[in-house]
Design a protein. Sequence first.
Length: 319
Amino acid sequence: MKSSVPLIPPYGGTLVDRTVDAGSLSRSVATGAPAIKLAHDAAIHLGNLAVGCYSPLQGFMTEEIYQSVIADGLCAPGLNWTIPILLHVETEIFAKVKPGEALVLQNANGVAVATLNVESAFSIAPDAYCKSVYGTTSKTHPGVQDLLGKPPTCLGGTVSVAMEIMPKFRYLSTPAVARAWVEAKQAATCVAFSTRNICHLGHEYLHNTALESADALCISIITGAQVKGSFLPDVIFDTYEYLLGNHYPEDRVLLNNLRLPPIYGGPKEAFLQATMMQNYGFTDFIVGRDHAGIGDFYSKYASQKIFEMLTSLDIGIRP
């Protein structure tokens, strides 16, 4: 009998699980707490928080954690973090909810899917955010445009999420499920690759090279950030299904749906993706030149060089 292969630890040491059953959520909602409908980005973040994709975060960032990320690039002592995970709320709800109270989080149809234990109510300074995350305050940067379109008022705290009533997406997995797959495959090395596009020859070369040197490969299709001219997720998944069925060793390749809103964060976003890949249980992550870049806002190799400066991850980076 083979001994089990030790898995790479989740970021921060523990895989966060903020899920609850729908019955528990219903009882919490019955208390009559105020409610908000989640915007597109917040709904994606909520799902990631619930299942530990953003470990060690337990919920939307409080002011203390947010300021630490903006000023020092840390979400906790010794743990680098680059992209604020915030719940932006309109001033009307911001004025109603105080720390110590609960807020019901609803999907776009008004169905309660989670609760937020409000620990912090604060406002952000957009310029400071943009300089830290994007390295610019130029309104030609789509990330800056996106932030300026959101209210600066935020609520932070731990979340409790009924995943059974959250939206379902094709190939959407969780870190716990992916870790079980890696363990079942006895994969001492598992390389992660992320993309928003259909496969091309350059990608196929990277996949085959990874499979030559590692036990397994995970191909994560980033969805949740569709813009005009981008491929539809189903088209991308269809092409990869063909590759797995006809060219790649299916028993060594995991196809995954990585939900992320549009961030346009270049190197900072590359670090967030690497953090998520470690939480999924993968030992290495392929970071290409201009990874998660936009226009000419970042230098060609900035997304690779950031890992020379921020070193708290255990996952290996493959250029």
